[in-house]
Design a protein around this ligand. Structure first.
Ligand SMILES: *Cc1c(COP(=O)(O)O)cnc(C)c1O
Length: 385
């Protein structure tokens, strides 16, 4: 099987015009073409973040963006409240600890979203303002949970702490309004819903975050956001940027604008709804609680008696569909299906058909077609009798 469609939650299947853009000849990264390219990308990214503030392009994966956010905003002796809901939230906390930032965890059971009331109560109890920052994961890729950010943002604004948000697997797949929510540093990456190969992180920074950063004395070199901002002002980056990824991102943002943001969001929702309908139709349990489900990754419990890794291997080798498995304590327990990137309704139906075949072959006791039929119904909406 040579053809593979990625249904993993990043990297994703990349549209042909985006891939083709990577074949352009190399340019001087300190010349006029790159200056125009960077400006074009930033101009198009700002509305995706919902901000008029700076958006910086960093040559690194998403984690580099998270590390940049943490080390530029906080240092030893400062306390942040991290609200992880899975592996990536824990990673953000680990980055803070690594750099000597004091971490308090607002714990949430995996599969659930952050309890807005609990966050509000914790912040209201912090009358001495010992919490300097609140760290959120918008879309937790390891559990298929997406936190509704509005209520969380409200209580952070009321408290006054700075906010860092990982929307690496969320941005561009649903509405994101950084300025309206009042977030300070928001991190994304090229290889998720923006549909570009890996290699670039994007970090949006609020005006007051720039002031805060000037007071932070902890060491940084490659991921110095203030330096990145100074270079961006003259149309450059401090070090050599991933130029080919920049070309690809520029084209991906054009495709995004052409399809229209609301249509892009609706597409992610529709594909996710079909996968959820499939799971319910096939009698499978979803991992994330209703109301907190991601539109970019759907986590499904592997049914008892079925080997999830074996199913995924069959899908990859025999059908050409690559699905995600569980991470850390969820290894072997869930299957994660990503809906980011250049995949169509036809792709989703084909993938679900193959998944149902393999589940039936593995002995799952369901009526053949019950999952796929539910997905077809979900795609069609109300059908005339
Ligand atoms: C993919 C992802 C990251 C970053 O991963 P990298 O491999 O460093 O790009 C961070 N947070 C979330 C929620 C992600 O999905």
């Amino acid at each position: 099987m040579s053809k593979q469609l990625l249904f993993i939650p990043g990297p994703v299947t990349v549209a042909e015009p985006v891939l083709a853009a990577m074949g352009k000849p190399m340019i001087d990264h300190r010349g006029p073409e790159f200056k125009e390219l960077q400006a074009s990308i930033v101009r198009k990214l700002q509305p995706v973040f919902g901000t008029t503030s700076d958006v910086l392009l960093l040559g690194c994966s998403g984690t580099g963006g998270l590390e940049a956010a943490m080390t530029n905003m906080f240092g030893p002796g400062e306390k942040v409240l991290v609200a992880p809901v899975g592996v990536f939230g824990n990673r953000f906390a680990e980055i803070a600890r690594t750099w000597g930032v004091e971490v308090e965890i607002l714990d949430t059971e995996w599969g659930k979203g952050v309890d807005a009331k609990a966050l509000k109560a914790r912040l209201e109890a912090d009358t001495k303002k010992e919490i300097k920052g609140v760290v959120l994961t918008h879309n937790e890729t390891s559990t298929g949970v997406q936190n509704p950010l509005g209520p969380l943002a409200d209580s952070i604004r009321a408290h006054g702490a700075y906010s860092l948000v990982d929307t690496v697997s969320g941005l561009a797949a649903s509405e994101f309004t950084m300025d309206a929510w009042g977030f300070d540093v928001v991190c994304a990456a090229s290889q998720k819903a923006l549909g570009v190969p890996p290699g670039m992180a994007m970090v949006a920074v609020s005006a007051r975050a720039w002031d805060k950063m000037k007071t932070v004395k902890s060491p940084r070199y490659y991921l110095d956001l203030q330096k990145a901002r100074e270079f961006q002002a003259i149309g450059q980056t401090p070090c050599t940027p991933p130029v080919s990824i920049a070309y690809a991102l520029d084209v991906a943002l054009d495709l995004y604008a052409k399809e229209g943001a609301t249509n892009v969001w609706a597409r992610h929702q529709r594909n996710t709804d079909a996968i959820v309908a499939f799971a319910e139709g096939a009698g499978l349990q979803l991992f994330a609680e209703p109301g907190m489900r991601s539109v970019t990754v759907t986590a499904i419990h592997v049914p008892a008696g079925v080997n999830g890794d074996e199913i995924r291997k069959k899908l990859r080798v025999e059908h050409g569909f690559v699905l995600g498995g569980g991470q850390e304590k969820l290894a072997g327990k869930i299957i994660r299906i990503g809906t980011m990137g250049a995949i169509t309704q036809t792709d989703v139906l084909a993938m679900l058909g193959a998944l149902e075949i393999e589940l039936l072959s593995a002995g799952l006791k369901i009526q053949a077609g019950s999952g796929v039929q539910a997905a077809v119904r979900a795609f069609m909406g109300p059908v005339p009798a």
